[in-house]
Design a protein around this ligand. Structure first.
Ligand SMILES: [Zn+2]
Length: 106
């Protein structure tokens, strides 16, 4: 797969390059955008990504995650419509991650 270093998270504006540089995700939606890269890195380091952003308030963080969740749901619908099931599967995994984050927050 071609590396897309200039891919940017539409929610928080972090680029793949940024994520690679500081190993931090800007928001939950980054999970969706950089999912393949994250998977790869998690396998290599057996660690977890630190989810930070700009230390938003709890409610703000949750709001962002909800935002990411709905975006991912939309993306999933689009992928299914395009019959891109591989992509749909990936997005489903991302949604699961976001759901975990959301339930951990509450
Ligand atoms: Zn992001």
């Amino acid at each position: 797969m071609k590396l897309e270093m200039d891919k940017v998270c539409p929610n928080c504006g972090k680029s793949r390059r940024d994520v690679k540089a500081d190993k931090r995700l800007g928001c939950a939606f980054c999970y969706t955008v950089f999912s393949d890269y994250i998977e790869e890195t998690l396998k290599m380091t057996q660690g977890t990504f630190i989810h930070v952003g700009m230390a938003p308030k709890k409610s703000e963080k949750k709001e962002r995650m909800k935002n990411a969740y709905f975006k991912a749901k939309k993306a999933l619908k689009a992928a299914v419509k395009e019959e891109d099931y591989e992509k749909a599967y990936k997005i489903k995994e991302d949604i699961k991650l976001i759901e975990e984050q959301l339930s951990a927050e509450s």
